[in-house]
Design a protein around this ligand. Structure first.
Ligand SMILES: Nc1ncnc2c1ncn2[C@@H]1O[C@H](COP(=O)(O)OP(=O)(O)OP(=O)(O)O)[C@@H](O)[C@H]1O
Ligand SMILES: CC(C)(COP(=O)(O)O)[C@@H](O)C(=O)O
Ligand code: BAL
Length: 243
């Protein structure tokens, strides 16, 4: 039982959620390690949404609102942490939600689909085909979903697929607390923030951007700026750590 007045309450609740979901076979055992790396970077960032991350989140909303065929790709960690938040983002954007796994088993796909549906997400279904140029099972996707989308959100992602999607001409948005990851460097737009903070901010921005703001935000996308800002934030926190 985690007391609500614990200074790191939110983080400990997230960790508990990942552990429970790993025991249920929703999160891959490897996903527990990925979560730990995320936690470490979140600690360095100060466990808060920075100003530049908030701008990235607004920009992600603009990309969603401007998209013809947006898709949200969901893996085990994302489903365990943010199923409800994805339901709200889907309502705000009309995006399709597709399950895409690295440690893929049919059992995990089914469990993740059920979890998402229980939280109100409409999950795209159909015949998965090996359509992405990747030698592992992330290549398996739906022709009417990830394969043909124009804008895709790939939270907690791997660099290989991110790069493959960019090479296919797609606009790729990622959420990744590690500004040094291959994914963060390859994506069109990287949000360096914790997923359960980031998604509600994107959803909220979807409700208030007008068409001029959407155009302006998209015109000025500079992923290097977002990555440099995150690195500078971390360096500043480290420099002042013992004060
Ligand atoms: N709750 C979270 N919110 C945001 N990011 C997270 C969260 N948990 C983990 N991450 C980040 O998601 C990423 C997990 O992806 P993965 O383990 O596939 O990384 P990787 O394969 O090393 O990445 P890359 O290939 O891009 O270098 C990590 O960079 C981690 O920092
Ligand atoms: C563990 C995970 C972050 C997600 O795995 P899955 O839910 O199977 O897509 C994977 O990408 C990895 O780095 O090993
Ligand atoms: N991060 C390595 C495995 C993957 O997500 O594709």
């Amino acid at each position: 039982m985690i007391p609500e007045d614990h200074p790191r309450y939110r983080s400990l609740v997230m960790r508990e959620r990942i552990a429970d979901a790993a025991l249920k076979g929703i999160v891959a055992m490897e996903g527990v390690g990925s979560h730990g790396r995320g936690e470490a970077f979140d600690y360095l960032i100060g466990e808060k949404t920075t100003e530049s991350a908030l701008l990235a989140e607004k920009t992600a909303a603009a990309l969603f609102l401007n998209a013809k065929k947006p898709v949200i790709s969901v893996n085990g960690n994302t489903a365990a942490l943010a199923a409800k938040e994805i339901a709200d983002l889907q309502k705000a954007t009309g995006a399709a939600v597709e399950v895409n796994l690295f440690h893929r088993t049919e059992e995990r796909v089914e469990k993740i689909t059920s979890l998402l549906e229980d939280e109100g997400v409409t999950v795209l279904k159909g015949e998965f085909e090996r359509l992405l140029p990747l030698s592992h099972d992330r290549a398996l996707c739906l022709r009417e979903g990830i394969y043909s989308c124009d804008v895709i959100l790939v939270p907690l992602e791997d660099g290989d697929r991110c790069s493959a999607l960019v090479d296919m001409g797609k606009t790729v948005i990622t959420i990744d607390l590690n500004p040094l990851s291959r994914t963060a460097k390859t994506a069109t737009l990287t949000i360096v923030d914790e997923i359960t903070r980031a998604i509600p901010n994107i959803t909220e921005a979807c409700g208030r951007l007008d068409s001029d703001e959407i155009k302006k935000l998209i015109r000025s996308i500079d992923n290097k700026y977002f990555l440099n800002s995150a690195v500078n934030e971390i360096m500043g926190n480290l420099t002042n750590a013992m004060d």
